[in-house]
Design a protein around this ligand. Sequence first.
Ligand code: CMC
Length: 382
Amino acid sequence: MTTMPSGPVLDKGLANTIASDSRMSFIDGQQGILEYVGVDIDSLARHSTFEETVFLLWNCRLPKKSELDGLVAQIRAEYDIPAPMWDLIRAVPKDAVPMHVLRTLVSALSMFDPEVDDASPEANQRKAVRLLAKTPTLIANFDRHRKGKPFVKPDASLDMAANFLKMLNGEPATATMARALDVCLILHADHGFNASTFAALVTISTLSDLYSAITTAIGTLKGPLHGGANEAVMHLLDEIGDMSNVESVIRGRLERKEKIMGFGHRVYKAYDPRATYLKTFAKKLAEDTGNLKLYEMSSKIEEIMAAAVGARGILPNVDFYSATTYYSIGLQVDLFTPMFAMSRIAGWVGHCIEQLADNKLIRPRCEYTGPHGVKYVPIDDR
Ligand code: CMC
């Protein structure tokens, strides 16, 4: 860090900047702790549901039964999308990348929401529910469209995870698969001021609208250093192909100073607690589905990485074992990052609403490193 003449501190990547405060999630990167409003992530993954976790994040407390039932009913009532949105999905090129599609369709949803520019807390709460509830419908039905399958309308008798899988596959998911997705949604729901949440906050801090903020966030999540890492992990596993190649591929990459996707974290220098849970979960799912190959290759990668760079705190992050988990659920690889988005919307809107309650425009400074006093020369004389 260096100091600018006027006082602000140059902090590339904002790694040492606390940009604001939040009551939603607590991360202790040294101890490997993640809590949502004080409740540890392991307890939530074991005992909660995604909808209950959303209530916790949005209200900063666990709900009573009637309160949870109320939120669940609101979400289910908003699963369906406006009629023109079905036509828009039909118009999307079938070879489009799902994260581009999601970003575009979420942005398009704003044009059908009469409350889009109503910034009252009540309207924002309703928009938060709409964004959360409609995103699975967009993702699943884009997937059906690109595969030439008929659309499947949402099923308001199901929770978000089971409803998504039913739309995606055209048939009800098994309880195990629906619960597996539910747990992934819980684990990805919030994570402090990660890049996409911060991007959403920059947008909302200008007093723009919630749809714009979430559109910004989706574009930011897509990058392979952030949510896109789960897809990159799967591509790595595909490239390795067989247990016998793990050692040479990983060591080769490390020697060429290439990053291994799904490892390392800006905040965690201990084991990412989400990865701890997902590792066990991925193993159980792999055993249940009788396909242990990817899990075993992942374990081997982890072993090599632990010996090579583990001491530097470069350990598996949430994306590493979520890749094999999503694979076991039967999801196509390019839907992995949209799954992350489907969950993280909970955190994005929660943080945006928190920001609006005590807003200050987010506008950092930059240190100018260009020249001064350059004479303007007319174009024909240059
Ligand atoms: N594989 C190999 N080396 C790594 C890795 C990795 N995955 N991650 C960090 N390093 C090394 C890096 O090369 C650098 O080494 P050196 O000091 O010798 O130049 C050092 O560790 C510091 O890395 P950095 O990229 O400067 O640190 P950061 O705090 O900016 O990185 C990170 C955080 C997540 C961008 C990085 O660890 C990374 O690129 N990981 C791979 C992508 C990934 O899995 N992203 C998902 C993050 S968790 C979920 C989410 O937020 O979406």
